[in-house]
Design a protein around this ligand. Structure first.
Ligand SMILES: Nc1ncnc2c1ncn2[C@@H]1O[C@H](COP(=O)(O)OP(=O)(O)OP(=O)(O)O)[C@@H](O)[C@H]1O
Ligand SMILES: [Mg+2]
Length: 330
């Protein structure tokens, strides 16, 4: 029997919903976390309907949601709006909160039963930025409650442990390599021993590559996503991407090491553990090889058995949220 729980990954770049269907299979839905507002008139509305674009109306505006917002923004020479920045709801987009509710509904749909539980991802507190996630978490929780869900926050790194390390008794290290942040969780038998986030992630690479090459940020994103191999950069542009990727991975590992050495109550891992990497930023060619190389350079305090990619890097957080939810209702 399918349990009435949903998983929801609230990311800087992507929103992902996960649920179990009647046969117990996990279904996911991904949508870009963007929108575009345009003046509502019968002409634009007709055009949107004809193109089968997903949109919503509010006041005298129509809001084009998700991936279509990108396409339309290009045609209209406008810039899409992104409700989140650096891993949390953006203070610059405060008036976008009602639209956030529309995006949530477009990804998750309505609850299948009254008060259906929705486990949603939140970042761990950042070690290199001054904000905390209280506001962010409350905004998401409010939007979910408005839709009729019972919201349950779930640490993003911990979700990776649930999604990927069942066979290892939920022991190991999960890293979600996103657009706004990296989220790290070291877990011992489902219990998080360390979790933190850092603000160097995909957007950080794009910004820096753009800066050193003197190009626009979205051009840098395109270069990065077009299929680079970190071990075989083909030109100066790709080399810039590699430099920042290495720095990012090294930074993440060094932070885990420091956190681990400073922590007071650290579990003793009787056997070497696995590191699982997920998220869009882990999908670049050669990521795991470079990760292993950087790991070798450090005197890492935890014995590591293997480093691998999540089965479906873009869906692991949403899947983990769902599985954590299911494990609680069972
Ligand atoms: N093939 C690819 N190669 C390299 N980077 C990629 C690729 N595909 C996507 N990305 C990057 O992955 C990032 C988005 O990943 P993801 O969807 O996991 O982030 P998010 O969950 O929305 O963000 P966060 O968790 O940080 O809030 C972006 O920086 C994007 O540029
Ligand atoms: Mg994420």
């Amino acid at each position: 029997m399918a349990h009435s729980v949903k998983g929801f990954d609230v990311g800087t770049m992507n929103l992902v919903g996960a649920e179990q269907d009647a046969d117990g299979k996990i279904k996911v839905k991904l949508m870009r976390h963007t929108f575009l507002d345009i003046e509502a008139n019968s002409f634009t509305k007709n055009m949107l309907k004809k193109q089968k674009v997903q949109y919503a109306e509010m006041g005298d505006k129509v809001y084009v949601l998700g991936d279509s917002a990108f396409e339309l923004a290009n045609i209209m020479n406008k810039t899409v709006r992104r409700p989140m920045q650096d891993g949390v709801i953006s203070p610059d987009e405060a008036d976008a909160l009602p639209i956030f509710g529309l995006l949530v509904e477009a990804v998750l749909g309505k609850p299948r039963e009254k008060g259906e539980a929705c486990y949603y991802s939140i970042p761990a507190d950042p070690i290199d930025a001054s904000f905390n996630i209280v506001y962010h978490s409350n905004v998401i929780s409010g939007a979910l409650t408005n839709l009729g869900y019972t919201p349950k926050p779930m640490n993003e790194g911990h979700a990776i442990i649930f999604a990927e390390l069942a066979e290892k008794d939920f022991t190991g290290i999960g890293i979600s390599c996103g657009g706004g942040m990296f989220n790290v969780c070291v877990s011992y038998k489902t219990i998080p021993a360390i979790s933190f986030s850092t603000s160097r992630a995909g957007d950080w690479i794009d910004k820096n590559v753009a800066h050193v090459l003197g190009i626009k940020v979205n051009r840098a994103t395109a270069i990065k996503e077009k299929g680079i191999n970190l071990n075989k950069p083909a030109n100066r542009e790709e080399e810039a991407v590699v430099i920042y990727y290495r720095n990012l991975i090294n930074y993440t590992l060094a932070n885990i090491k420091t956190k681990f050495e400073k922590a007071e109550q650290m579990p003793h891992f009787p056997e070497p553990v696995d590191i699982v990497c997920s998220g869009g930023s882990s999908m670049i060619g050669g990521f795991i090889e470079v990760f292993k190389e950087e790991l070798k350079k450090l005197h890492f305090p935890i014995p590591i058995n293997d480093v691998r990619l999540a089965e479906e890097p873009l869906y692991a957080t949403a899947k983990g949220c769902l599985l954590a939810g299911l494990s609680e209702v069972e």
